[in-house]
Design a binder for this molecule. Structure first.
Ligand SMILES: NC(=O)c1ccc[n+]([C@@H]2O[C@H](COP(=O)([O-])OP(=O)(O)OC[C@H]3O[C@@H](n4cnc5c(N)ncnc54)[C@H](OP(=O)(O)O)[C@@H]3O)[C@@H](O)[C@H]2O)c1
Length: 337
């Protein structure tokens, strides 16, 4: 049994981590914190936990929390985790960070997040928390950079084609649609019902902060530089991401061969489902699950891939627990099926 803490427990991702851990056989939740006015039971903040978890959610105090946990989930906004993670790492604790603070090189981070990185000392030991690509590295890691939600769907959608070298690496176009919870729980006019409902909009066209993260990992997978075109869209749903990815093929293959290639690449990976030829995933097939469902089609010399996830599960909290399972030696699927 390991003792686990959640910092940022009152946010969407923090709440989701708690929901999963409550039913996890190998974990005891011993600490919760967030920026709150009054310290109170988490079940007063989220009645869904009433009678299941009445632990007090405290104001942030990493030093104190570190004395009572083995592993901590940082479900914090960007630019905050890099101030808090060093305290836990110095105390010899395992850290799974859900923010972007440990996903990029410091120079790239400064360009896209607008501030100097405050923890360049620990950055080199951060492992990118995508188990389908980095399972063995995650097993030995002390610090996990949990992937962003859009990058999870985009990278899982492109990796087999990039690794097998069947595509023109400069032809990748990623068109993603996300539900509103992807932006967090803080009040924002642009995310209000009146603005989002019965609407669909593109935003940060090819300049979203997840683009460098997608480029970094796909370049590592392909073994040469990749620069994708990435357009995120906001859709009037709570949860879910659907990414449609277009890639030019550099060799002649048909849909069956492409489906087989993807199925072979993800063989044995418990949370990726590659659909049979002619079948395509929908968001409702993955919400409230930790699955990434993938559909593949070849038309002419174009490979089209549809990748669907739940932004709060495989895109955040579920993947974070999947990483904890691998770090702590539990079954990778514990608490997630
Ligand atoms: N939402 C998603 O789908 C998703 C997907 C992938 C990754 N992520 C990442 O996961 C992280 C959390 O996302 P979220 O959607 O849960 O955001 P959120 O709803 O805005 O929650 C942020 C949480 O952090 C707390 N917090 C803020 N500053 C803090 C500090 N200095 N010390 C302690 N707690 C602090 C907030 O407390 P108060 O609310 O009380 O201020 C809140 O509990 C972000 O980095 C996000 O990018 C989210």
């Amino acid at each position: 049994m390991i003792k686990v803490g959640v910092v940022g427990a009152t946010g969407y991702a923090g709440e989701e981590v708690i929901k999963i851990l409550i039913n996890h056989k190998g974990v005891e939740i011993t600490e919760l914190s967030a920026v709150i006015d009054k310290e109170e039971p988490i079940s007063s903040i989220f009645p869904v936990f009433k009678g299941r978890l009445d632990l007090i959610c405290h104001k942030p105090d990493a030093q104190k929390m570190a004395k009572n946990i083995d592993l901590v989930f940082l479900a914090l906004p960007h630019k905050v985790s890099m101030e808090i993670a060093p305290v836990f790492l110095k105390a010899g604790k395992l850290v799974v960070d859900l923010s972007a603070d440990y996903r990029l090189d410091p120079g790239v981070y400064k360009v896209w997040y607008g501030v100097e990185h405050k923890d360049t000392a620990n950055l080199p030991q951060a492992v990118y928390g995508l188990p389908e690509l980095y399972h063995d590295e995650i097993k030995k890691a002390k610090l996990i950079a949990n992937p962003g939600c859009y990058p999870t769907s985009a990278i899982l959608g492109v990796a087999p084609a990039a690794r097998e070298g069947i595509i023109d690496k400069n032809s990748i176009i990623i068109d993603s649609k996300s539900g509103v919870t992807g932006a967090g729980r803080k009040p924002d006019l642009a995310l209000s019902f009146g603005e989002v409902n019965e609407n669909l909009k593109a935003y940060k066209v090819n300049e979203h902060q997840h683009k460098p993260e997608i480029n970094r990992i796909l370049s590592l997978v392909a073994g040469s530089a990749i620069d994708v075109v990435f357009t995120p869209h906001l859709i009037p749903m709570n949860r879910g991401i659907l990414s449609t990815i277009y890639m030019k093929l550099n060799k002649k293959i048909d849909t069956k061969a492409a489906v087989d290639l993807y199925k072979k690449f993800y063989k044995g990976k418990p949370f990726v489902k590659v659909y049979d030829e002619g079948k395509l995933p929908q968001i409702k097939d993955v919400v409230f699950t930790n699955f990434c469902d993938i559909g593949v089609k070849v038309t002419g010399d174009t490979l089209i891939v549809i990748a669907c996830i739940d932004n709060l599960k495989k895109g955040a909290a579920g993947q974070a627990v999947q990483n904890m399972n691998i770090m702590a030696g539990f079954d990778e699927t514990e608490g997630l099926m």
